[in-house]
Design a protein around this ligand. Sequence first.
Ligand code: SF4
Length: 236
Amino acid sequence: MLGPTRARVLRIRDRLRELYGIPRMAPHGRPLDELILTVLSQSTNDRNRDVAFLRLRERFGVSGPPAPPAQPIDYAAVLAAPVEDVEEAIRPGGISKVKSARIQAILAAIVAGARDSENPLSLEWMRDAPVSESRAYLCALPGVGRKTAACVLLFSYGLPDIPVDTHVSRVGTRLGLFRPGAPFEELHDQMLALTPPGHELEFHVNLLRHGRRTCHARKPACDECALARMCPSRQP
Ligand code: SF4
């Protein structure tokens, strides 16, 4: 299998860029929303996740239009509510009993380790903290792993971390970027080591797009894949 040299990674990035362009997604500045969204996304699709989030906002939304980047949800109210109320609000997202308990456990852990006594649920300190410190903090929260931590850091503040989801893992492994069978912790470390600084969002989004559109899990469309000539896993 071809080794994942930086030059090879750049060729893959460039080919993906020709196919999908450079994604433009400004950091939204709402880390707690991102954290809760990732909990809601577990074992469901994007649509059900978004419906569950909207219902949580309807049930626990802050009064009046929030000034960006303020959280649109009153998470202190989510924490204080009976867990059954949270469960009912997020029911369309599936396994709502588990997710509601997890959301409240995460919020309770954030309050317990609050860095801003006036706003104990604030995670704004991450904007200026070392990424390694923020990542370790997030991964210590109940049920939070590397992928969720990377989503929060990258999508909220544009910080250099990369979520490796099932698509990124599959496409990256087939392209020879990752060791087959490597655990997710290793995949995240490898992804960070390989990605040119400042290109984390582009590489993540375009690998994910390629996984959804061409490099399918069961039947990769190798005969129409623009990366076939550089892929050691292409099928005839
Ligand atoms: S050649 Fe096939 S296995 Fe390789 S990236 Fe393309 S679709 Fe995936």
